[in-house]
Design a protein. Structure first.
Length: 146
């Protein structure tokens, strides 16, 4: 039989665990902005137009970054086109993890398929998600051409 004290402690414990989990794994707008600057600088270096942020793609990228952080590994979206409004002609995704946003971007730029997404002149929009968990930056970049 549970005592009333234990019954009250359980919801409090759940709330504390949830709060700690949120603090250890949280979306990082500053890192996202830094990542956008790095992407657009890389594109400028190869004479490709800058990408525009998309709220819709940001939400999708953030959800994927959160999933990766919870799993503590990088994985591509299961259904990349789900939730993307009509009108796009090409879609791509980069995922990475590293100890900093700069190192994650460097790893993507060092990989030919990821660099191809970063510098593809057909892409016009980008969504960014960066979640930091236990000192690891989980990065998702979703590219769309419209």
């Amino acid at each position: 039989m549970q005592t009333p004290h234990k019954a009250r402690a359980t919801p409090v414990l759940v709330a504390v665990i949830g709060l700690v989990s949120m603090l250890l794994s949280a979306c990082n707008p500053e890192a996202e902005n830094a990542n956008l600057a790095a992407i657009n600088q890389r594109r400028a270096n190869v004479s490709v137009p800058a990408l525009t942020r998309s709220d819709e793609l940001d939400a999708k990228a953030r959800a994927q970054a959160d999933r990766m952080a919870r799993a503590a590994r990088i994985v591509h979206s299961k259904n990349l086109t789900s939730g993307v409004s009509p009108g796009w002609t090409l879609i791509g995704e980069n995922v990475a993890s590293a100890d900093s946003i700069e190192n994650a971007e460097s790893a993507l730029e060092a990989s030919q398929p990821h660099l191809a997404n970063l510098t593809n002149p057909v892409f016009s929009e980008v969504g960014l998600g960066v979640t930091v968990s236990n000192g690891v930056f989980y990065v998702v970049q979703i590219f769309v051409s419209r």
